[in-house]
Ligand binder design. Structure first.
Ligand SMILES: *Cc1c(COP(=O)(O)O)cnc(C)c1O
Length: 430
């Protein structure tokens, strides 16, 4: 928001009235840090404009954007189709209450149902809210269908599910929970990709009577270090859920919407969830979240759950355009091809720096470069060096650098990014 205001004030004639009404837009980090709550450690960079996979800072320097708002700007920046839809929708009807029928919301839900294993969709505004909705739905199903008095949801260590109280509790990383207790009851944790540990926990929680309502997992752990799910593990989890009547919930907030080269991360695993969530890439950067479920567990009734902004005409029109553009521009194929190109380039680099780079892994256009435990180099240091070389990257934990460019990224952009990473390592070593 601040950067849009900065452009407007910087480039356009501003009438005296609006100059009074609008506070001075600031690109001054000192002033920014005095008035904005200190929840982020920020890189010293002010971005003011974007086009395709490129963004520009307030001094006119350009960067290849391999962060994309953290796996969010599916179509990159200023994509003509998204610009047209949002401009048209805001001039027509941008927000009405869910007390009324919203055709864009219905059309988006239809598209999502046609293109996934889900039968119904609830719309909200973020990943955390989508997961909250999934947690509430799973609890209601446990209470009303399975007569479980104290339902437990099992999640994975090193997972990430959001920053609300229930979703930091679901998140299996103590650093996100510290100082925010008391946490929400009814969660238990297991190591990711370890079926024996999961089966043991379910066995013990379900004595003397069933307690486990759901298992909530990311198909690939994003924030937790770009760790892909294991196919066999997920098949076994699905079987266990079928045997016990446990709901299987997938958090597709980061890996959904084509990022893995398939529309949904679960397609890569060959396993269908009962409930899944989407957000980040769904409307390409316009805020939206969605919780999708199969009919048998869609137990919400009027009054059970709601969101003022959820599914409004602006956000759902934008998301529908993102969905249709993924199809029209054949972006899933691009994601697979560009992902392979990126991993090949990063692996060649890893061979040159075996003392620094431990692993290169990922699916489609969600990839991680893991630094060795022995070296003192951190992901944040690599990200800083890359900024100096004109490339934006984002850490996924202390030792993993994450590459999540827009799905429209070109072969030339990937080449440019690999060259910038090479220069960054040369800089860090020299
Ligand atoms: C980003 C993320 C969330 C949280 O989404 P917000 O929109 O920030 O609330 C939840 N789960 C996963 C897997 C994520 O990557």
């Amino acid at each position: 928001m601040a950067s849009t205001a900065a452009i407007r004030l910087g480039c356009c004639a501003v009438s005296p009235e609006s100059a009074v009404a609008v506070p001075p837009a600031s690109a001054d980090p000192v002033q920014f840090d005095q008035v904005v709550m200190t929840t982020y450690g920020r890189f010293p960079l002010t971005l003011t404009r974007g086009e395709g996979c490129r963004v520009w800072d307030n001094e006119g320097r350009s960067y290849l954007d391999f962060v994309a708002g953290i796996a969010t700007c599916t179509l990159g920046h200023a994509h003509p189709a998204l610009v047209a839809t949002v401009s048209q929708q805001i001039q027509t009807l941008h927000h009405v209450s869910n007390l009324y029928y919203i055709p864009q919301q219905g059309a988006l839900a239809q598209w999502l149902v046609n293109h996934s294993c889900a039968d119904r969709v609830f719309f909200c505004n973020s990943g955390a809210e989508a997961n909250e909705a999934a947690i509430k739905l799973a609890r209601k199903y446990a209470h009303t269908v399975r007569q479980i008095a104290h339902p437990v949801i099992i999640t994975a260590q090193a997972s990430f599910h959001g920053r609300t109280l229930a979703t930091i509790t679901a998140t299996g990383q103590p650093k996100y929970q510290q100082h925010f207790d008391p946490l929400v009851p009814g969660f238990a944790y297991v190591p990711y990709n370890d079926f024996a540990a999961l089966a043991d926990l379910v066995e013990s929680l379900d004595q003397p009577q069933p307690q486990v309502a759901a298992i909530l997992l990311e198909p690939l752990q994003g924030e937790g270090g770009v760790r892909p799910g294991d196919r066999l593990y997920f098949e076994q989890v699905r079987q266990l859920c079928n045997q016990k009547g446990i709901l299987l919930i997938f958090d597709e907030v980061q890996v959904g919407m084509g990022r893995t080269g398939r529309l949904w991360g679960y397609e890569t695993l060959g396993v269908e969830p009962d409930i899944f969530t989407s957000a980040k890439g769904l409307a390409g950067g316009i805020p939206i979240g969605a919780m999708l479920s199969k009919e048998f567990c869609a137990v919400f009734q009027p009054g059970d759950h709601a969101s003022t902004f959820g599914g409004n005409p602006l956000a759902t029109a934008a998301a529908l355009t993102v969905c249709e553009t993924i199809e029209q521009e054949n972006l899933l194929q691009n994601v697979s091809d560009r992902g392979e190109q990126l991993r090949a380039g990063l692996r060649a680099l890893a061979n040159r720096y075996p003392q620094l780079i431990a692993d290169v892994r990922g699916w489609g256009l969600i990839n991680g470069l893991e630094l060795t435990a022995e070296s003192s180099l951190t992901a944040a240091e690599v990200v800083k060096a890359a900024i100096s070389e004109g490339l934006l990257l984002v850490p996924a934990g202390a030792k993993v650098v994450r590459f999540v460019p827009p799905l429209i990224v070109s072969a030339a952009d990937i080449e440019g990014a690999i060259a910038a990473v090479e220069r960054s390592f040369a800089r860090l070593c020299g």
